[in-house]
Design a protein around this ligand. Structure first.
Ligand code: BEZ
Length: 211
């Protein structure tokens, strides 16, 4: 069954490059990003894993644990890790799930048979501290992901979890936000002391409230 935003992220225990991981226990109270790779020793995946390793500090700053997945055994992951370090200039610094029996891939509907019935698509799941799925993105195998976009979404999710705002098109940390329509003008005056501009009754702009 497919997973939808708001569902509890399915729990699992699987072998990884950091030993067996029970997913929910490993997440603890953190945010999480689970992302799949079609196959080991493939070029696009190699660049993606190197980039996520380079961005590890950015994920740490936001309290987010990252974990990759590929449908190959852990011994192959260990050999691939050496190639990643050699070609991308960064060693893997987060676990990579060895999903050789496709247990997790099937649980998360990462195999799309009309694309390929043997390897996963490029799935991204962002999971909140409540273990609920906050975002799902699916890319084809031929397109490498933009992990700056994943960080941008995490900034938006973490902000909107705590303030009654939404973030507009192409928003980045530090930019103005939108007051959610359920908040009345009177409530907004109290909740947003920096003030707000009303472009339309449903479109009210306020500086990012947590800065
Ligand atoms: C890659 O990671 O380079 C890749 C994997 C599967 C199909 C196409 C490209």
């Amino acid at each position: 069954m497919s997973i939808r935003i708001g569902d509890v992220a399915p729990d699992f225990t699987q072998e990884t490059t950091a030993g067996p991981i029970q997913f929910h226990k490993w997440l603890g109270d953190s945010w999480g990003v689970l992302f799949s790779h079609p196959k080991n020793f493939t070029p696009v995946c190699t660049t993606e894993l190197g980039q996520v390793a380079k961005l590890k500090g950015e994920f740490d700053k936001r309290g987010v644990k990252v974990i990759g997945l590929s449908v190959d055994p852990v011994a192959d992951h260990a050999r691939w890790e050496k190639d990643i370090e050699e070609t991308q200039g960064t060693a893997l610094n987060f676990p990579l799930i060895a999903d050789a029996d496709k247990k997790v891939s099937n649980l998360y509907d990462m195999i799309h048979p009309n694309a390929s019935d043997t390897v996963t698509v490029r799935s991204v799941f962002i999971i909140g501290p409540d273990k609920k799925v906050k975002l799902i993105i699916t890319y084809p195998a031929s397109t490498g992901r933009n992990f700056d976009e994943v960080l941008r979404v995490i900034d938006s999710l973490q902000l909107t979890a705590n303030y009654k705002v939404a973030t507009p098109v192409n928003w980045r940390h530090g930019q103005d936000c939108i007051i959610v329509p359920a908040v009345s003008d009177d409530e907004a005056k109290k909740a947003f002391p920096k003030g707000f501009k009303t472009l339309k009754p449903y479109l009210r702009i306020t500086p990012q409230p947590n800065l």
